[in-house]
Design a protein around this ligand. Structure first.
Ligand code: GRG
Length: 258
């Protein structure tokens, strides 16, 4: 569990959670346990996603994947352990009220489970080697990566005491941010692949996985990324809060190179 948690990573989800609390003028210390619990769920998903039965990856965060170091059985259990320990950490947080904890526990289960990340992963696997429509691709991403990114912001909003109106704006912001994150991931995937094999960007037709660039062309995907980043910034501004850090994370997501 420690090996994968401490293997690095951008910590985008914890940063979103803490920055939302900050935007609402609340102490960020109140969100530390929730931020750790969130990163545990994310790390579990990466460990399981890297397993031979799923993506079968050898490297993650620049290091050998969990199962490469500890074997498959321990990697499965490390993921299971992080998933359950995440809920334990949230439930025993001494700084949150009972109402906040119940709201967070329910939202986290909804975002990470069959109605969120797990459901999205299943749809992704079932869609492998099929030509997907843009709507089907968006459904996969909204669930597989989007719901947990949305949770990051909404958890911060719950801890920071956001009004219903502010929560609705944060929700809109996080949905656009999640799609932007995924589109940039797809763009990085093909630009990175092309750099590795030394071919011009966009020339490789051998990979049949449906992605934003494969459905929209690379230029079209970049245009879509811009639309979602601008929409995210629009909803953020509507909150009329101190959005300095959230704006910076939005920029980082739009411009990230890994
Ligand atoms: C196994 C139930 C289960 C779910 C797996 C999130 C996920 C679902 C799989 C990850 C596969 C993947 C690489 C998706 C692309 C977008 C993504 C989530 C990238 C990894 O997140 P980052 O970039 O990673 O925030 P770091 O390492 O920076 O934390």
């Amino acid at each position: 569990m420690n090996y994968s948690l401490q293997a690095g990573g951008k910590r985008i989800r914890p940063l979103l959670l803490l920055s939302t609390i900050h935007a609402l003028g609340e102490e960020i210390e109140k969100g530390i346990q929730a931020a750790c619990s969130l990163e545990m769920i994310h790390t579990y998903s990466l460990i399981h996603d890297d397993l031979p039965a799923m993506d079968n990856d050898d490297l993650r965060r620049g290091k050998p994947t969990n199962h490469k170091v500890f074997g498959e059985a321990i990697a499965i259990l490390a993921g299971d352990g992080l998933l359950t320990y995440s809920f334990q950490c949230l439930a025993k947080d001494p700084l949150l009220t009972l109402e906040q904890k119940v709201a967070l526990l329910e939202l986290l289960a909804q975002s990470a489970g069959p109605e969120g990340m797990v459901g999205g992963q299943v749809a992704d696997m079932e869609g492998e080697n099929k030509s997907l429509t843009l709507e089907e691709l968006q459904y996969i991403h909204e669930n597989k990566t989007g719901k947990l990114l949305s949770y990051s912001v909404l958890a911060g909003a719950i801890i920071g005491g956001a009004t219903e109106e502010q929560q609705a704006l944060f929700h809109q912001f996080s949905q656009h941010l999640g799609l932007a994150f995924q589109i940039q991931d797809d763009i990085l995937d093909i630009e990175g692949d092309q750099e590795k094999i030394g071919k011009p960007v966009g020339s490789d037709q051998s990979n049949h996985k449906s992605t934003y660039p494969s459905l929209l062309t690379l230029e079209g995907a970049k245009e879509k990324l811009k639309v979602h980043i601008e929409a995210a910034q629009y909803f953020l501004k509507q909150t009329k809060l101190d959005i300095t850090f959230l704006n910076e994370i939005t920029q980082l997501i739009a411009q990230r190179d890994h």
